[in-house]
Design a binder for this molecule. Structure first.
Ligand SMILES: Cc1cc2nc3c(=O)[nH]c(=O)nc-3n(C[C@H](O)[C@H](O)[C@H](O)COP(=O)(O)O)c2cc1C
Length: 215
């Protein structure tokens, strides 16, 4: 594969254009090929040891989204955005998940499973040192969120990452615990409304000198 060749200007333009969208235009839908690229950006997110300790739930049913609105402090993005995603961790990650990941690597890379045994033991050993495996998985879900948001910005799609929701209510409404998952963060995606005053506010950030230090 050849290396991509986006200019610094075009990447920074997309990142400056992006903002946490408060009001979406409910009449505009993301085309299916663009949405598919965004789903793939989630799947392509990196994770520690490549374990992918997550699942991304796309909430297609408007009635379910209406229910989720109540569990999101009535933030209208939940119902107005073209698409709504719930990023969830697989709870209680254990040796079986490592075995599954090794089997996938063996299949995709066409290497014998036995050749991955050392790596597998390293991961299993590492995981036993973790005080809280769900916390570890949670931190990784945010990498997927970031990758999704940047991909969306590059495609001219607006997003709003959301922690202002009740994870346990989401779990209950979506039946996540029964599937072995727990909601971590939400992301609405679509097109900004012309009436969203936040779209026109200057971006607030501390200076680069304040936040990036060369040592
Ligand atoms: C993890 C996370 C959770 C957030 N939760 C919410 C939220 O529930 N509702 C909301 O309107 N914005 C939410 N935001 C948006 C932030 O307030 C916003 O990203 C920040 O103020 C910077 O502004 P900008 O993204 O427009 O540049 C969240 C952002 C992040 C990264």
């Amino acid at each position: 594969m050849t290396a991509p060749n986006f200019s610094s200007e075009s990447v920074l333009q997309a990142l400056n254009w992006r903002y946490a969208t408060k009001m979406f235009d409910a009449s505009k839908k993301i085309p299916s090929d663009t949405w598919s690229a965004l789903e793939q950006s989630l799947v392509l997110a990196p994770s520690s040891f490549g374990l992918e300790p997550w699942k991304f739930f796309v909430i297609d049913d408007p009635a379910v989204r209406q229910q989720l609105l109540e569990a999101t402090w009535k933030q209208s993005q939940v119902v107005d955005a073209s698409h709504l995603l719930v990023l969830a961790i697989k709870t209680g990650l254990n040796d079986t998940d490592v075995d599954r990941s090794m089997a996938r690597t063996s299949e995709v890379r066409e290497v014998p499973l036995e050749s991955l045994e050392g790596f597998s033991n390293v991961i299993k050993g590492f995981m036993k040192t973790l005080p809280d495996v769900d916390n570890w998985a949670t931190r990784q879900v945010y990498i997927a969120l970031g990758q999704l948001m940047v991909s969306a910005a590059l495609l001219g799609i607006d997003t709003c990452p959301m922690e202002g929701f009740m994870p346990d209510k989401y779990d209950e409404i979506l039946g996540l615990p029964e599937m072995g998952y727990h909601a971590v963060v939400v992301c609405a995606a679509g097109y900004r409304s012309e009436d969203d005053k936040y779209a026109h506010l200057p971006k607030v950030r501390f200076s680069l000198e304040d936040k990036v230090q060369h040592i």
